[in-house]
Ligand binder design. Structure first.
Ligand code: NAD
Ligand code: UGA
Length: 470
């Protein structure tokens, strides 16, 4: 065996990235560790803790050979030459910077563990998305908490760019691998060691090396710019509805300009996922702390537009249904924040469902991957916030939510269907049969623009699609 790798954090990033490294580098031992026992236990079965197309096959090939999942954090971190840190870095909910700054509690905890169990020098890899300059802080924690003078830590930033639902594809053929490190002899050596891991399958010209701060900031910037594209096209979807233009035609027309490019121009009910909002808030907070108010406001607007889009969707449903949805059954198709994942973190469906329930609707949610308990938890008794950053809360009745195991029972007796996630199966349902089972007039609100609207209108549905003429 050659190098030993440990990864702290067996989540959406740690699990798939380490499985890919293990698959492509059979001579490297890779151990993913986590304090969450249930999660580690699930990684050791064929019912993995996350749903990701193609992941099980990769895990099955490498698991037990050179890929291991363990709760013995101290042992495996202690033995490793390279430690990836892939813990969660959520938005702070309390104290200074609450609601914006990144909460580095888990990161710092991981660093303290590394320092306390290290008896040999290690490369520490920031895989989590962190504020720029985090490596500086982490270095202090590592150096001041490690008592062995012979142990050296070299910190690298190696942010992850995979998207959920396509993680295996993204990891197999990444647009780039980014490695930031110090321009010192030991820094350059560490960069070369980490690059040699990726070079097992990633072409050398796709491995970009930068300084630490550029790598850290590039990750926040990439997510901010991706989210900005969605907010931009979503803002135009509102204008399309007001003017008779069609946002899909506009996206196609502008996307053919090679300077703009065609990807990430799908208007939607809003972007979700665990990272876009959190990372932009993080960026906004950093700008504020260094006195760049204009820059902070610029990026904050991306989030405000996303909140507006979700709110606009709810208001459109209510106004279309004669300004009252009280006690009307509405089927919600899709709850995950995007297709091909069971992840509901920051899904736009949460805000939309809460908005509809606040107006008295009875919801029946169907999602092919999300567990009912997760939906109940997400829509539970918590209050919902519209007017970010000064929240307005409305209480909701928990009894107003039902979870269906199939799309037919969700639509049965409903006044309307709201498409929240772009699951492929939604395109292929028997909408004639669904229409028959619904209260008339039957509405469809396509929050993802994935259905054949002309055909639905022929069946008899009243169709509202995002950024499209009625
Ligand atoms: P996650 O919540 O799914 O997983 C994090 C895991 O870390 C959890 O299982 C948690 O138990 C574990 N953990 C926390 N502290 C620990 C400790 N001290 N010791 C051991 N285990 C510990 O999070 P995620 O979605 O995998 O995201 C991880 C990081 O990667 C975040 O910074 C995120 O911004 C970034 N990221 C996420 C994605 C994505 O698609 N989800 C993509 C790119 C980057
Ligand atoms: C995103 C980035 O794409 C990844 O590069 C990054 O690594 C990751 O965040 C992260 O840091 O966590 P992810 O959130 O998994 O990945 O999924 P995306 O495909 O980016 O979708 C995010 C949200 O935007 C989804 O709700 C999706 O439906 C929405 N979206 C995406 C649109 O509304 N329109 C589009 O054209 C594209």
């Amino acid at each position: 065996m050659g190098l030993k790798i440990a990864c702290i954090g067996a989540g959406y990033v740690g699990g798939p990235t380490m499985a890919m490294i293990a698959l492509k580098c059979p001579e490297i031992e890779v151990v993913v560790v986590d304090i969450n026992e249930a999660r580690i236990a699930a990684w050791n079965t064929d019912k993995l803790p996350i749903y990701e197309p193609g992941l099980l096959e990769v895990v099955q090939t490498a698991r037990g050979r050179n890929l291991f999942f363990s709760t013995d954090v101290n042992k495996h971190v202690g033995e490793a030459d390279i430690v990836f840190v892939s813990v969660n870095t959520p938005t702070k909910t309390r104290g200074v910077g609450a609601g914006k700054a990144a909460d580095l509690t888990y990161w710092e905890g991981a660093a303290r563990v590394i320092a306390s169990v290290s008896t040999k020098s290690k490369i520490i890899v920031e895989k989590s998305t962190v504020p720029v300059k985090t490596a500086d802080a982490i270095e202090k924690v590592l150096r001041r908490n490690c008592t062995d003078p012979n142990v050296q830590f070299e910190i690298l930033s190696n942010p992850e760019f995979l998207a959920e639902g396509t993680a295996i594809e993204d990891l197999t053929m990444p647009d780039r691998v980014l490695i930031g490190g110090k321009d010192t002899e030991s820094g350059r050596a560490a960069i070369a060691t980490l690059a040699s891991v990726y070079e097992h399958w990633v072409p050398k010209d796709r491995i970009l090396c930068t300084n630490l701060w550029s790598a850290e900031l590039s990750k926040l910037t990439a997510n901010a710019m991706l989210a900005q594209r969605i907010s931009s096209v979503n803002s135009i979807s509102a204008l399309c509805e007001a003017t008779g233009a069609d946002v899909q035609q506009v996206s196609r027309a502008i996307g053919t300009d090679s300077r703009i490019g065609s990807k990430f121009l799908n208007a939607s009910v809003g972007f979700g996922g665990s990272c876009f909002q959190k990372d932009i808030l993080n960026l906004v907070y950093i700008c504020e702390t260094v006195g760049l108010a204009e820059v902070a406001n610029y990026w904050q607007q991306v989030i405000l537009m996303n909140d507006y889009q979700k709110q606009r969707f709810v208001e459109r449903v209510i106004s279309a249904m004669f300004n009252t949805i009280k006690q009307k059954k509405i089927a919600v198709y899709g709850f995950a924040f995007k297709k091909d994942t069971g992840d509901t973190r920051e899904t736009p469906a949460i805000d939309v469902c809460r908005g509809l329930m606040a107006d008295g609707a009875n919801l029946c949610v169907y999602d092919p991957q999300v567990e009912a308990s997760q939906i109940y938890q997400d829509l539970g008794t918590e209050k919902f916030e519209w007017d970010h950053p000064s929240p307005r809360s409305r209480p909701i009745a928990k009894s107003a939510i039902d979870i269906a195991m199939d799309p037919v029972s969700a639509a049965n007796g409903a006044h309307g269907i709201c498409i929240m996630t772009e699951w492929d199966e939604f395109k292929h349902y028997d909408y004639e049969a669904l229409y028959e089972s619904m209260v008339k007039p039957a509405f469809i609100f396509d929050g993802r623009n994935i259905l054949d609207h002309a055909k639905l209108r022929e069946i008899g549905f009243i169709v509202y699609a995002l950024g499209k003429p009625l």
